[in-house]
Design a protein around this ligand. Structure first.
Ligand code: PLP
Length: 413
């Protein structure tokens, strides 16, 4: 077993009530599906509960104590997000529903204004559907060309091909910071620097990066960054779009309605200031407060400590999985990887693996993980995926491995 563990994981686990549950009598939960959604600490659950018990009111429109309180909490959550990703200003933090909506916001508002027939958009072969389909829709509507940075057999982006694709003078490079299948952490700063050298705007899908390591939008010079609260110990129903101020200022609103306007006449309106211009209608207020609380939680643990711990855990996971005959793990070596291990077991469908693991309490995911093109590339109909977060232990890795041996026994492989 690996050594220097920098987190007191056993103590951290006490913060997550769900981790104490049994899946069935006598079978404790081993939750290895945080890439799909993370579990929530008590402090986040309590922050949302407190809001509903004490301060619930709609924001921005009321001149009464509760409305003022809820507005202050909502806007303070925005400040926390800004600080967390080192945004120069909270005005550049737009609350959306999730990563998917953030990316769609850019494709609708920025893409429809600035992309023209014949323009090139560069994506990668390892994208989640949420960073593929919005661009496919726009490409069909505007006759754009989509080009893809290939994935090498060992699960890295082929940056030499990227360099040659840049010579097509793309308008946009949109890529995932960390693959939800391979676990690959892509060199965002370098990808962005090269894109900027060729005059392209960049969008980072940060759904798997922001929850797991420190992301500094100013350091990497990100133009747009999208992520979801529910993958970072926060609630579902709220996500974030960060954008550079000039880009957000120049984009038309995405949706029309209350709150996104300054003035409305029968035949016209003037849009509100940033970020409200992009937040039409009553937003997810309690969820924003939950996200703020999740950021407090992650910050108190320390993002660098979380990243380091996950690195230790994935090294151990790879070591243990690779010793099981018939198991093939996809993706790069641990050096380039976050806490995700997608694998197959020869002779057993990943759904069967997942089902038997579930009977042992081990929750993993099986399927294409919303990355069908990547699975097609590796000629795989599906994979089994175990993913790890700050609350997972080395002993849970052992339980995963023991459960896979049980699958082997049952299937005689
Ligand atoms: N991008 C990546 C890399 C993801 O892993 C996910 C979710 O799994 C998403 C985007 C979509 O996130 P959401 O469903 O929260 O919009």
């Amino acid at each position: 077993m690996s050594t220097t563990i920098s987190l007191d994981v056993e103590r951290l686990r006490q913060d997550f009530p769900i981790l104490a549950r049994e899946v069935k009598p006598g079978v404790p939960l081993v939750y290895l599906d945080s890439t799909a959604t993370s579990q929530k600490p008590r402090s986040v659950i309590r922050a949302m509960d407190d809001f509903y018990q004490r301060s619930n009111a709609n924001i921005h429109r009321g001149i009464h104590t509760l409305a003022e309180e809820s507005t202050a909490y909502y806007e303070s959550a925005r400040e926390k997000v800004a600080e967390f990703i080192h945004s120069p200003s909270a005005r550049q933090i737009v609350f959306t529903r999730n990563t998917t909506e953030s990316i769609n916001l850019v494709s609708y508002a920025w893409g429809r204004k600035y992309l023209n027939p014949g323009d090139t958009v560069i994506l990668t072969e390892m994208e989640h559907h949420s960073n593929l389909v919005p661009w496919q829709l726009l490409a069909a509507e505007k006759n754009l060309k989509l080009e893809f940075i290939p994935v090498t057999p060992d699960g890295l982006l082929d940056l030499e091909v990227y360099d040659s694709l840049l010579r097509l003078q793309p308008r946009l490079v949109a890529f995932t910071h960390m693959s939800n299948v391979l676990g690959t952490i892509n060199p965002a700063k370098e990808i962005i620097r090269l894109a900027h050298d060729f005059g392209a705007i960049t969008l980072i899908d940060g759904a798997q990066s922001v929850p797991h390591f420190s992301v500094n939008v100013q350091d990497i010079d990100a133009d747009f960054l999208a992520f979801s609260a529910h993958k970072m110990c926060g609630p579902t129903g709220i996500g974030v779009l960060y954008g550079k101020r000039n880009l957000l200022e120049d984009m038309p609103p995405f949706m029309g309605g209350g709150d996104m306007i300054k003035r409305v006449h029968l035949h016209s309106f003037s849009p509100n200031e940033l970020p409200h211009k992009f937040e039409a209608g009553t937003p997810a207020i309690a969820e924003a407060i939950g996200l703020g609380s999740a950021i407090d939680y992650l910050t108190s643990v320390g993002m660098d400590q979380i990243a380091e711990y996950e690195h230790q855990i994935i090294e151990y996971v790879l070591e243990r999985l690779e010793e099981i005959p018939g198991v093939e793990v996809f993706g790069p070596p641990s050096k380039y990887k976050g806490g995700v291990a997608s694998f197959t077991l020869k002779g057993v469908h990943p759904h069967d693996v997942s089902q038997i693991l579930d009977s042992e309490g081990v929750a993993i995911r099986a399927g294409h993980h919303c990355a069908m093109p990547l699975h097609e590339k590796f000629n795989l109909p599906a994979t089994a995926r175990a993913s790890f977060y700050l609350y997972n232990t080395f002993s849970e890795v052992d339980q995963l491995v023991n459960a896979i041996y049980k699958v082997k026994t049952i299937f005689r492989v």
